[in-house]
Design a protein around this ligand. Structure first.
Ligand SMILES: NC(=O)c1ccc[n+]([C@@H]2O[C@H](COP(=O)([O-])OP(=O)(O)OC[C@H]3O[C@@H](n4cnc5c(N)ncnc54)[C@H](O)[C@@H]3O)[C@@H](O)[C@H]2O)c1
Length: 368
């Protein structure tokens, strides 16, 4: 299934990232966000996303979808076939917003939630009409570049909704992974939360600074993880004997005090000051927007390189990037070829203008 019209409820860091991905795929999006600054903030993210996509597509971008700002959730979702909720991570707010979306959205529209860790079962109780169409579609920041989306269904979610959600996310260049059992924080954030807790301990205990810890990641396993995951990397680390040898070698460490995981650092002002002050020092003169640009340039460059390895077939996120950029390039060509002006019609005198029906069909197809 492809998206004809989308709605984004919440246009913050993540909501705006969704808007950028959708719009750059030629899809119209209606946004509802009560923040009076929302359109400026979305505009900033759009600027960054366009800049990144221009690097991905030197031949030109597809015609952008239209962004509109709705005054209510009801108006935003009224004619949408795909709705993505990205409001702050509070269950009471998710309930309020999802109840309203459910009340006003077309019955067959799919509703995705960007939640980082709330179980869909706990959210869909607020949906009185069609709770079966709610899925978690958990993305990673920046949504317009990172392809992964974790899909999680709740107790009331229909399997068909998961299948449609998979198709929808894939149609905008994403890699949907369906999480097999519903748990808090799903898989990505469970892993990240473990690393985050350890990182807080290491800085709090004065073992490393924020900057040193980031260096330890980005000069070593961070590079490995961009192209192979934990298990494949460790398989290789086991040498010719592979995973069995790796496990035998590091099995005993499971009983050693290598992690503080069961213990959580106390969250207080002292901890926040310690981390935030060091983070300010690490950033130096670089603003958040400048850091975003550096991040985006690096991500595009990494995916581009990964699209060329493995005998030209691409590898991991790079193989997907190759398909995605091809899909967008085709969409951009269609835009250029569309006989909108007399000049364009003159250029192709032998061809009859397409009837409205087939034009519509082509427009639907180009998004796939
Ligand atoms: N930031 C991340 O890295 C990240 C990654 C993945 C998922 N998420 C999830 O995405 C969701 C949004 O997070 P974020 O980081 O974009 O937060 P954010 O604070 O940047 O944005 C939230 C937006 O929601 C708006 N909002 C508040 N009440 C609203 C309402 N009633 N209706 C519509 N909009 C409303 C706010 O004005 C704000 O613009 C959360 O569930 C979060 O867990 C965040």
């Amino acid at each position: 299934m492809t998206i004809n019209k989308a709605a984004a409820i919440g246009g913050g860091v993540i909501g705006a990232g969704w808007v950028a991905r959708l719009v750059l795929n030629g899809i119209d999006v209606a946004i509802f966000d009560p923040d009076p600054e929302a359109s400026r903030k979305v505009g900033e993210v759009m600027k960054g996303a366009r800049r990144a996509y221009k690097q991905m597509l030197p031949g030109g971008l597809p015609k952008e979808g239209r962004i509109t700002y709705a005054k209510t959730i009801a108006a935003a979702v009224a004619d949408a076939d795909f709705i993505q909720e990205s409001v702050p991570e509070r269950l009471d707010l998710k309930h309020k917003v999802l109840a309203e979306i459910d009340l006003h959205a077309p019955a067959n529209a799919i509703v995705g939630s960007s939640t980082s860790g709330i179980k869909p079962t706990d959210m869909q109780v607020a949906m009185k009409r069609h709770p079966e169409r709610l899925v978690v579609g958990h993305p990673f920041n920046p949504v317009y570049l990172l392809p992964l989306v974790e899909i999680v269904g709740g107790e009331q979610t229909f399997p068909e909704a998961i299948e449609v959600a998979k198709e929808i996310y894939a149609s905008i260049g994403m890699k949907p992974v369906v999480i097999r059992k519903e748990i808090e924080a799903f898989v990505g954030d469970r892993l990240l939360e473990a690393a985050w807790r350890e990182a807080l301990w290491l800085v709090k205990d004065g073992i490393t600074t924020v900057e040193e810890l980031d260096d330890i990641m980005r000069y070593s396993f961070g590079l490995r993880w961009a192209q192979m995951g934990m298990f494949q990397v460790y398989r290789i680390a086991g040498g010719e004997a592979g995973m069995r040898h790796f496990m035998a070698q590091f099995g005993p460490a499971l009983k050693w005090p290598w992690t503080k995981l069961m213990d959580v650092p106390e969250f207080n002002d002292e901890l926040v000051d310690l981390i935030a002050t060091q983070s300010d020092e690490q950033a130096g003169d670089l603003s958040i927007r400048e850091l975003e640009r550096i991040r985006d340039d690096n991500l595009v460059a990494i995916m581009d390189v990964l699209s060329k390895t493995n005998k030209g077939k691409g590898w991991g996120a790079g193989a997907l990037y190759k398909d995605y950029t091809r899909q967008l390039a085709k969409l951009a060509v269609k835009k250029k070829k569309k006989p909108t002006s007399k000049a364009a019609e003159k250029a192709k005198p032998a061809k009859k203008a397409k009837p409205a029906k087939s034009k519509k069909k082509a427009a639907g197809k180009k998004k796939g």
